[in-house]
Design a protein around this ligand. Structure first.
Ligand SMILES: C[S@@+](CC[C@H](N)C(=O)[O-])C[C@H]1O[C@@H](n2cnc3c(N)ncnc32)[C@H](O)[C@@H]1O
Length: 308
């Protein structure tokens, strides 16, 4: 076993990712989803990958970057680049929110104000909270009438029972343990208030859906990200008096840009590290399609505080 250093560093070896995809595809074949030809193609492809010299020496050591630093960098481009998660969570979150009365809404970990804007348009008085000053700066530009506070998900700057609605999107994957944050959401909700969570699905985190950022010195880093099991959300929510109203696990439609490209690449280059793991997946399109088929991208929860 390798020595674990004090500063967490991930050893990202392209071959490890590619063999992992082949492995997931083969597991699915082993349980009956694919036929003999598919299995033999996978095993032949594994042999080719193992013999590929260009992959053997392309590993990268990647720092783990805390969220405030990570989003300082990402805040510059967060709203510019295509993000497949937005088109998957917005219809579901919008549908849930549209059925609720307007009131005081907290956009917890509001980032650049994506949901602050949506809730404001729907007539809520919205308080956006985030621990990244850089993301908050963007949010203030986007929603000049909004109220934005620097704060942490573990200690929201609000009184008990102040909120009719808490929305928290794409942020819980960054907290190591859900329980204290769900307890905090329950604290600020009035009895009968609503909580809507959208998060990266644990199956996607497992397949490498973790934001990449370059440090000031150009070193590769990934924003600190955790994989919460579906049951982890329930085990955190139910004991603090949050009742389950709805759970959705949207997945991208076939051939959506949210999926790794399904085209055969003629070159074997590993591509730029920033685009890992998706451009790596492009090297083994059949295995990638099989490993990702039907796998949800997002998980969306609607809870209601007890006591309505
Ligand atoms: C992927 S962005 C999502 C932003 C926005 N909710 C959206 O859906 O577009 C994640 C946000 O969570 C924030 N965040 C992460 N951990 C946090 C914490 N412990 N307390 C407050 N904000 C946090 C980050 O600063 C970042 O703005």
């Amino acid at each position: 076993m390798g020595v674990v250093s004090a500063t967490p560093v991930t050893y990202e070896h392209p071959l490890a990712y590619l063999l992992g995809l082949e492995g997931v595809a083969l597991l699915r074949a082993f349980t009956g989803e694919f036929d003999r030809d598919f299995v033999e193609s996978r095993i032949a492809e594994v042999r080719r990958l193992l013999d590929d010299e260009s992959l053997a020496s392309a590993a990268v050591e990647v720092d783990r970057v805390e969220t405030v630093e990570g989003y300082r960098v990402w805040s510059r481009t967060y709203d510019d680049a295509f993000n497949g998660a937005f088109e998957l969570d917005e219809p579901v979150v919008g549908q849930i929110v549209d059925a609720l009365p307007t009131g005081v809404a907290v956009d917890a970990a509001c980032g650049t104000g994506r949901y602050t804007a949506m809730l404001t348009e729907r007539g809520h008085r919205v308080i956006g909270v985030d621990n990244s000053p850089d993301m908050l700066r963007r949010a203030r530009e986007r929603v000049p009438t909004g109220e934005f506070l620097l704060g942490d998900l573990h200690r929201l700057p609000m009184a008990d029972g102040e909120a009719d609605l808490v929305v928290c999107a794409l942020a819980l994957t960054h907290v190591p343990v859900l329980d204290p944050v769900l307890e905090e959401f329950a604290r600020v909700l009035r009895p009968g208030g609503h909580l809507v969570i959208s998060d990266v699905h644990p199956e996607r985190v497992l397949r490498g859906s973790i934001p990449s950022v370059r440090g000031p010195d150009g070193r590769p880093g990934r924003v600190s990200t955790h994989r919460h099991l579906v049951g982890d959300y329930l085990r955190a929510a139910l004991p603090v008096g949050l009742r389950l109203r709805r759970c959705e696990e949207p997945r991208p439609p076939a051939a959506s840009p949210s999926l790794p490209p399904a085209t055969e690449r003629t070159d074997r280059a590993v591509g730029p590290w920033e685009l890992w793991p998706w451009c790596l997946a492009d090297l083994v399109p059949e295995a990638s399609r099989a490993a990702h088929a039907g796998v949800p991208t997002m998980i969306i929860w609607h809870f209601q505080s007890a006591g309505a």
